[in-house]
Design a protein around this ligand. Structure first.
Ligand SMILES: NC(=O)c1ccc[n+]([C@@H]2O[C@H](COP(=O)([O-])OP(=O)(O)OC[C@H]3O[C@@H](n4cnc5c(N)ncnc54)[C@H](O)[C@@H]3O)[C@@H](O)[C@H]2O)c1
Length: 392
């Protein structure tokens, strides 16, 4: 049997990977301990996504283990051994700001956790493909040195710059720059993944994501800006923009389009590759443009506040050039544009809210009927009335 091991399987990219590889005949084994709830609180829990996978994906097998624990990781790999064809490693502490609050936890999850998985792969299934979800934060704030011009709703790159037409390619330096501690732990993992490809000849690749997004995100204040913006639009919660006049530009790739990249890589894997993997010029927006689109699609005004203090290492303009990947895998292309992606996020939040409200009405109804039953029982016990007479 062909096995795919997905870490962070209940997260946005992990769950999308589980679905795609299961639909293409793989037995998928997921590793996720819902550490996202520990990082960001119960609103960001991915327990709902795990339940969803277990009830809808045939034969999906979940392991509630921590990637920092080499013993448990090895036990999972030993069970499936050389049947493992691909590892998709998405588990991570994903936020800049959180990393600064607990640097050791951030580093141990992002860097040591990745090393544990590479070692397990080398020991039990060295021929498997190893896909790592890296980040454009490995470039630190070097992109902020590009010549930018301010337009009405966004920052834009000077049209004469070589990156202006297609975005930033993999030649951007990772040195002499402020990464944030998160950027550093991800860069350490990125370098390890490259090295296991170059030094040991393993089929490893780093996909340096721009903003990864989609309807499966459990967006929260510190991570998942589009999903969180939609949440704020629907709940009325305040959304704070940090710096750059709200004109900072991000590219946004739908989780399904990214996972298709992994699939194409796995069909013809290479060793120690690095790919920029974002929405590119195909799908990008400024914060202000995203807010307008979400207000239009939800028909609600977002309660926006503004802080002059930008986030450490935050990019003012980042658009990925994905042409290196496309030149290696020319059959891959985007299936989702920006508007479609945001629309799907709005629909999924609306559906999740409906489910939550049905569940809470059900709970109220159950509570009410339970208390009526207990009053009736008490009346009967004290001989005041029989349940049947009170009911009627
Ligand atoms: N979402 C983005 O915008 C973005 C951008 C660039 C790169 N990335 C990277 O892509 C990857 C996936 O991102 P995502 O948005 O799907 O993240 P996510 O937070 O939705 O999912 C990650 C999952 O990993 C799990 N996890 C965390 N620590 C773990 C541990 N120690 N052991 C086991 N499971 C653990 C979490 O519970 C969560 O379910 C991450 O590595 C992230 O750094 C994300």
């Amino acid at each position: 049997m062909d096995i795919a091991i997905v870490t962070g399987s209940a997260g946005l990219i992990g769950a999308e990977s589980v679905r795609l590889f299961a639909s293409r005949g793989y037995h998928v084994v997921g590793i996720d301990n819902n550490m996202r709830k520990y990082f960001f609180g119960k609103d960001a829990s991915t327990a709902w996504s795990r339940r969803n996978l277990e009830s809808t994906v045939h034969d999906y097998q979940h392991f509630n283990i921590d990637i920092r624990d080499q013993t448990f990781v090895n036990q999972v790999f030993a069970e499936f051994n050389s049947d493992v064809r691909i590892i998709i490693h998405t588990a991570a502490q994903p936020s800049h700001d959180w990393a600064a609050s607990q640097p050791q936890v951030d580093f141990s999850v992002n860097a040591n956790g990745t090393l544990n998985l590479l070692e397990a792969c080398r020991e039990f299934c060295p021929d498997a493909s190893f896909v790592y979800t890296s980040t454009n934060k490995v470039y630190g704030d070097n992109p902020n040195q590009l010549p930018l011009i301010e337009l009405d709703t966004r920052w834009e790159l000077d049209p004469s710059h070589p990156f202006a037409e297609h975005g930033i390619d993999e030649s951007m330096s990772v040195d002499h720059t402020t990464h944030s501690l998160f950027g550093v732990s991800k860069l350490a993992a990125d370098a390890l993944v490259q090295e296991y490809g170059r030094y040991f000849g393993m089929k490893t690749a780093c996909f340096r994501g721009g903003c990864l997004t989609g309807p499966g995100h459990s967006g929260t204040r510190l991570h998942g800006f589009l999903s969180y913006l939609v949440k704020c639009a629907l709940t009325g919660d305040e959304y704070t923009i940090y710096g750059h006049q709200g004109k900072q530009v991000r590219d946004n790739i739908h989780s399904a389009d990214l996972v298709e990249m992994f699939w194409h890589f796995h069909q013809n894997p290479r060793c120690g590759e690095v790919y920029n993997a974002g929405g590119s010029r195909h799908s990008h927006c400024s914060m202000a443009e995203a807010i307008s689109l979400i207000e239009e699609l939800t028909d609600r005004k977002i309660n926006v506040s503004y802080s002059d203090q930008s986030r450490v290492g935050d990019h003012i303009w980042y658009v990925s050039d994905t042409r290196k990947f496309q030149s290696h895998y020319p059959k891959w292309d985007y299936a989702h544009d920006f508007r479609t992606t945001v629309k799907q996020i709005v629909e999924s939040h609306t559906a999740r809210d409906r489910t939550a409200s049905d569940a809470s009405q059900q709970a109220i109804a159950t509570d009410a009927s339970t208390s009526i039953e207990s009053v009736l029982a008490q009346l009967e016990r004290t001989g005041v009335a029989s349940c049947d007479s009170v009911r009627s």
